[in-house]
Ligand binder design. Structure first.
Ligand SMILES: Nc1ncnc2c1ncn2[C@@H]1O[C@H](COP(=O)(O)OP(=O)(O)OP(=O)(O)O)[C@@H](O)[C@H]1O
Length: 240
């Protein structure tokens, strides 16, 4: 068996990914042919200035924004070759998201919000709620389980969104600024939990962050500048 045969399948594999947006008469190219393998078993950060294309890139990686060109595989599945229904199901089974806007459902309590992916997968409500409360407890907000989102602080709402992303133990967790609203100690705790739940031999977490308090926790740091990857290493480049 050759060495390449033993290499694990990438969690994400992109080839030649470009993305254009229309701005009036003009077309703006935001991503310029990104080739990237994100490995399972690693906590990967995507870092870069505002407007460099990070949110566009992770949205493409997790199947919610079509690339203009190029291929995206998630655990070997060519996700943009799937039908709309297949893609929805694939995301449901395999991907957890934490976006800057928490998108909690205002009329249901924290536990019900955190249980959404399990219920969408068909789990009965009682069991789904129990698992959601257990995840809220891990995030130190078990005592807030019965509160509505508008009764929670910004940091607590974010933790509910994190619980919702992790509750179904997806193989890929994608987060946009997961620690931005948290104090340093809570931020590191969230990162510990993301690693504990999200990173394993066959699981992977990718995080967009500006938060230099947590740069030391990454296994791999990618820097995006004007839609191109300009650094790929275990640490931040010296000039950042
Ligand atoms: N739907 C859209 N229509 C037009 N332009 C867009 C759209 N989405 C993003 N862009 C543009 O693409 C560029 C990259 O945006 P993106 O949100 O990916 O950057 P970012 O690195 O995540 O920034 P930030 O750190 O501020 O969130 C920006 O110039 C933005 O204005």
């Amino acid at each position: 068996m050759s060495v390449s045969d033993t290499k694990p399948q990438p969690a994400i594999r992109t080839r030649g990914v470009t993305r254009d947006f229309k701005a009036g008469q003009q077309t703006i190219r935001v991503l310029h042919g990104i080739d990237l393998d994100v490995c399972p078993g690693e906590l990967t950060y995507l870092v870069g200035e505002s407007g460099s294309g990070k949110t566009t890139m992770i949205s493409i990686m997790c199947g919610i924004l079509w690339p203009t060109d190029g291929d995206v595989e998630v655990f070997g599945t060519d996700i943009y070759a799937l039908s709309d229904n297949e893609l929805v199901n694939f995301r449901l089974q395999n991907i957890g998201f934490i976006f800057q806007q928490y998108n909690l459902i205002p009329s249901i309590d924290a536990a019900s919000n955190a249980a959404v992916p399990l219920i969408a997968q068909g789990m009965n409500r009682l069991e789904a709620r129990e698992r959601a409360v257990a995840m809220l407890e891990k995030l130190n907000i078990g005592d807030q389980a019965a509160k509505l989102p508008n009764q929670l602080s910004g940091g607590q709402q974010q933790r509910v969104a994190i619980a919702r992303a992790l509750v179904h133990e997806p193989r890929l967790v994608v987060c946009d600024e997961p620690t931005a609203a948290l104090d340093a100690k809570s931020g590191r705790k969230v990162m510990d939990l993301l690693r504990e739940v999200g990173v394993a031999e066959d699981r992977s977490v990718i995080i967009v962050t500006h938060d230099n308090r947590i740069f030391d926790l990454a296994d791999r740091i990618l820097v995006l500048e004007d839609g191109r990857i300009t650094h790929d290493g275990t640490d931040m480049p010296d000039d950042h």
